[in-house]
Design a protein around this ligand. Structure first.
Ligand code: 5GP
Ligand code: ZN
Length: 111
């Protein structure tokens, strides 16, 4: 989707501070970090939100989740971290391309 900012990052059309990439996914630093470490993990294929998931995405989503511990370790987050997926307007989603926030590096406030 050419008008989707994360599709454009995945295609290399917009630069990003990428920390991990493979055929299916990318992880890069959030442009407005809300914690000392703030990564975004995206699937390279356009999925608008968690609401669009179906069973065909099982392997992809498992792959994304399974990558998080190694990403967290690489960022020094052995003491813990938070993952967030905002979904839809009322969920606070601003970019409508599925992404997992990975936050840490200092104690995070409660909800
Ligand atoms: P959402 O509110 O949709 O869950 O989160 C979107 C996130 O994407 C925000 O934390 C925002 O700072 C980040 N973001 C928006 N545009 C860009 C961009 O062009 N590059 C990067 N690296 N992050 C972005
Ligand atoms: Zn997209």
């Amino acid at each position: 989707m050419s008008d989707c900012i994360f599709c454009r990052i995945a295609a290399g059309e917009i630069p990003a501070d990428t920390v991990y990439e493979d055929e299916q996914v990318m992880a890069f630093r959030d442009i407005q970090p809300k914690a000392p470490v703030h990564l975004l993990m995206i699937p390279k294929q356009h999925i608008a939100s968690l609401m669009e998931l179906n069973r065909e995405h099982d392997a992809l989503m498992a792959h994304m989740l399974a990558l998080l511990p190694s990403l967290a370790r690489a960022e020094g987050l052995e003491q813990g971290f938070r993952t967030i997926i905002n979904t839809g307007k009322e969920g606070g989603q601003e970019v409508f391309h599925l992404h997992i926030h990975l936050l840490g590096g200092s104690p995070l406030p409660g909800f």
